[in-house]
Design a protein around this ligand. Sequence first.
Ligand SMILES: [Zn+2]
Length: 408
Amino acid sequence: MSSALKTSPALTARALLSVPEVARALSFFETNAAAITDEQIRICSIPGPAFGERARAEYLAEKFSALGLTEVEIDEEGNCLGLLEGTSRAPLLVVSAHLDTVFSADTDFTVVRSGERLLAPGIADDGCGLVALIALARAMQTERICPEGSILFVGTVGEEGEGNLRGVRHLLTRGRWASKVEAFLSFDGPGVDRITNRALGSRRYRVEITGPGGHSWGDFGLPNPVHALARAVAKLAGYPLPREPRTTFNVGRIEGGTSINSIPEKAAMDVDLRSGADVELQRLDSFFRRAVKQAADEENAGRRPGDPLLAVKVDLIGERPSGETPADSPLVELALEATKIVGIEPRLDQSSTDSNLPISLGIPAITLGAGGTSGSSHTLAEWFDPTDRAVGLKRALLVVLGIVGLQA
Ligand SMILES: [Zn+2]
């Protein structure tokens, strides 16, 4: 990347501390802590169900415009974009957080305060990331920080579950900024030590097995979709997993049949396969698809002469590429140094986030926690505690300015 890094990442981050407007922007996060939390409450009170991010995107667009960002828009996929233009458009750094949650449209997104804690579905994942975008832009505008490169702030859609990274995929492969992005930083959830530089790959399937169905006694011998599905699950459960890299599978949902004394006409399951390495993911993937085929063949083999065969449909419903931004790349080194500067021991980590996509495209990308602490993630009892959030935001600002640089 044509990074503005003129010296080593470590020196760059340290040098930033002696720039007066940067020092003021760093303390902005402390003096404005209450306002940042109020903003987080406003964003998270707007429903953000999976595939229903529009209202949040519109709110964020309003904020981006009010902050003086330019080229503010909601793109064709539903992402909300705003540009903080530097002297040059290169390097162009994307700073993002995701608008969606794992919750359905009928969820109550009301935020409740309980002592220091804020309670609401999605309040941390990714409410604290979304408010970090606003806090960073506001600190930079208030303290008149003039970057050399430009920053494209983005609230993405479809990060969670079956969203399958559709927002970031559009942004980086089809959107009008696609070929211009040189580095990517996303905030996902709380924390100050985590630097996710390795992308956890996954493949997700929906399997549907259908057959003629019939009476449990009268038609016994007909191939049974539930039995076939169970055979497939049993084979998958026996998969010889490698010790390293970490590789996992999960049959997360299973359904089928209508009554205890009917041979079902249909059975279905949703399966999640993950691995830290592509080669292991591919191995698990082929085993799984073979297992489903063998399971159906075995069930079909026992059918009576003339009975119809079971039909098997295996749909890939999600795919996240794996890969990594090397630990010695400027972006990761900068994040390591910025974490140490704010007094925290950094920790490199592997996870499945919006950064998976840029990493797979060869764009240096990391995901950081946006400060604060949280618990009960992905449940209705999710909470966030903003205490010391400023530490996370300071680290974030140092990373952002280290990449785009300051106007000479
Ligand atoms: Zn998230």
